[in-house]
Design a binder for this molecule. Structure first.
Ligand code: 5GP
Ligand code: ZN
Length: 132
């Protein structure tokens, strides 16, 4: 995709601090990190979001490996993995990417969603099951 910023990073047109690369996957530091070591993991083939990500089992292996490296490098006490789909969900770059955000005591990062008690659970679950 010619106007995709992450494709440009893959092609070397835009610089990035790369931390891992293989034939199908690239990982590099987020330019606006939430914490030290905040890394993005992307497939080299351009797809926009999770709905286009079937046949990409290799992303899982890459995520596990890069998570392990990030955790080890900075002795992170924990980490969050997040991935946004659609503007309403906070997606800003429309090339599939997973955020690996290391967590440290006192880092003051908030990962919070307003929650309520589950109602009509069976109705909701069966609606999703019907789609398979
Ligand atoms: P999203 O909100 O789409 O889940 O996350 C996009 C992420 O890409 C943001 O965290 C943002 O800081 C990062 N980002 C946007 N443009 C660039 C760039 O040119 N280089 C790097 N390294 N990260 C970028
Ligand atoms: Zn792209």
């Amino acid at each position: 995709m010619s106007n995709c910023i992450f494709c440009k990073i893959i092609d070397g047109e835009i610089p990035a601090h790369k931390v891992y690369e293989d034939e199908k996957v690239l990982a590099f530091l987020d330019v606006n990190p939430s914490s030290k070591g905040h890394t993005l993991v992307i497939p080299k083939g351009h797809v926009e979001n999770i709905y286009e990500a079937s046949e990409m089992d290799y992303m899982w292996d890459a995520l596990v490996e890069v998570s392990d490296a990030v955790k080890t490098a900075f002795d992170a006490e924990g980490l969050n993995i997040s991935q946004n789909n659609g503007e309403v969900a906070g997606q800003e770059v429309f090339h599939l990417h997973f955020h690996i955000t290391p967590r440290y005591t006192g880092d003051e990062i908030e990962v919070d969603y307003k929650r309520e008690e589950l109602e009509k659970g069976e109705e909701i679950a069966s609606k999703i099951r019907e789609v398979f």
